[in-house]
Design a protein around this ligand. Sequence first.
Ligand SMILES: [Fe+2]
Ligand SMILES: [Fe+2]
Length: 177
Amino acid sequence: MAAEAFVAQLNEQIGHEFAAHQQYVACAVYYDSETLPQLARFFYRQALEERDHAMMMVQYLLDADEQVQIPGVSAPRVDFADIVAPVSLALDQERRVTEQINALAAVARNAGDYTSEQFMQWFIKEQVEEVATMSDLLRVVERSGGSPMDVETWMAREHGGGAAADPTAPRPAGAGA
Ligand SMILES: [Fe+2]
Ligand SMILES: [Fe+2]
C-alpha cells in the first residue's frame, strides 16, 4: 500500500522518465550523426539510466501492490542548432525532473506515507548528481567555441569509463530478466 496521491503522481513520473529516455536517445542520435562518438555514447548511456529510473518506479508500485500505468510520451526534440543545444535542453530537463522528484517526496510526506518518502531519497541524490554533470558539460561545450574535438577529448577523459554500479540504487523491474 502507498498513498493514493503518491501512486497517481509516481505513475505520471514514470511517463516523465520514459520521455527523458526518448529525449536522450534523440540527443545521442544527433551527436552520432555529427560523428561525435563520445558525446553520443554519453547520451546513449544517460538514456538507459532514465529507462532504469522509470523501471525502478514500476518495481516500487509492483512491490506495493499498486496499479502501474505506462504512460505514452510526446515526441522528443530532434532539431538542434549546434552542439550546445542538446546539453542545454538536457540541463533544463534535469532541473525540471528535480522539481518533480522533490514534489513527489513532499506528496508522500504530507500523506504520512514515509515508506514512499524514503523511496524518493535515492532519486533526490541522483538528481543532484545529474544536474551537476549536465552543468559541467554545458560549461565545457559552451567554452569549446565551435571546436567539438576539444569536447570529445574532455568527454573521453571525464566520462570514458563505464558508470560504476550503485549498490544503493532501487531495483529496476525486469532487471536480470
Ligand atoms: Fe531520471
Ligand atoms: Fe536524469
